[in-house]
Design a protein around this ligand. Structure first.
Ligand SMILES: [Zn+2]
Length: 250
């Protein structure tokens, strides 16, 4: 790190569990953030500010007026622009020392696999089950840790699925595909603005810990937030030995 970086990241370096070594790891890391919406915006903000060296942000959507209530990277003047371009500009304003790669696409197939393999951590900030399952499959195959978040109405959830650990469940162990979980979207159901900030920030926290090799991750636990009552619940997640995505493993 040069003098400016030592200063910029000094409040991390002061933390024993991070220190110079952990900050160096962040600077050398590459994170894939899928979705530049309610969760992806706060997650990307903290990842960029904290100095994750390369951020790949993927989203195929444009900024809409209804996004501005919670998607804090985007501005009034960005309505109509690609979300990833708006996000890249905002992140560059905060930290010009990192590289932000903006992909205006819906990643699938080989392109998804390549991005997941290249990443040290993946943040699922998407809003639909098909994407979530596709990301999970790619993460299990590449053994890339996945930080998963969701927010709808006043309900949030966050967990880590880390298939480098043979005992840890994957997203599919928890939510089997074709299950009876109804797809509920913010567009129809509404979402409390700061809930997305809380959950997205927690995704950044888990991702930064994984990248810095510090602390204990949420792997094997699901945190559920009821923001109306402001109550957290923690549920232990067992791995499904019959999971068609991650099991059986050796
Ligand atoms: Zn599984």
């Amino acid at each position: 790190m040069n003098d400016e970086q030592l200063l910029r990241y000094s409040r991390h370096i002061l933390l024993d569990p991070i220190g110079i070594e952990g900050q160096d790891r962040l600077l050398a890391s590459r994170a894939l953030i899928v979705g530049a919406g309610g969760l992806g915006c706060p997650a990307a903000l903290y990842m960029a500010a904290a100095g994750v060296g390369t951020l790949v942000i993927v989203d195929d959507d444009e900024v809409d007026l209804t996004n501005l209530q919670r998607q804090v990277l985007h501005r009034q003047h960005s309505v109509g622009r690609a979300k990833v371009e708006s996000a890249r500009e905002a992140l560059h304003d905060i930290n010009p020392g990192i590289e932000v790669i903006a992909l205006k696409t819906r990643l699938a197939g080989d392109a998804l696999r390549e991005q997941v393999e290249a990443a040290d951590v993946v943040l699922d900030c998407s809003d639909n089950f098909a994407t979530r399952h596709a990301i999970n499959r790619a993460c299990v195959a590449a053994r890339t840790p996945l930080v998963s978040g969701a927010a709808i109405r006043f309900d949030g959830q966050v967990s880590v699925f880390d298939s480098r650990n043979v005992d840890a469940p994957c997203y599919h162990c928890l939510f089997p595909e074709g299950g009876d979980a109804d797809e509920v979207r913010c567009a129809v159901m509404g979402v409390f603005a700061p809930l997305t900030g809380i959950i997205g920030s927690m995704q950044a926290a888990e991702a930064l810990k994984l990248l810095a090799h510090t602390g204990q991750s949420l792997a094997g636990r699901l945190l559920l937030l009821d923001a109306l009552g402001m109550e957290w619940r923690s549920i232990t997640l067992p791995r499904d030995p019959a999971c068609e995505v991650c099991g059986p493993r050796t």
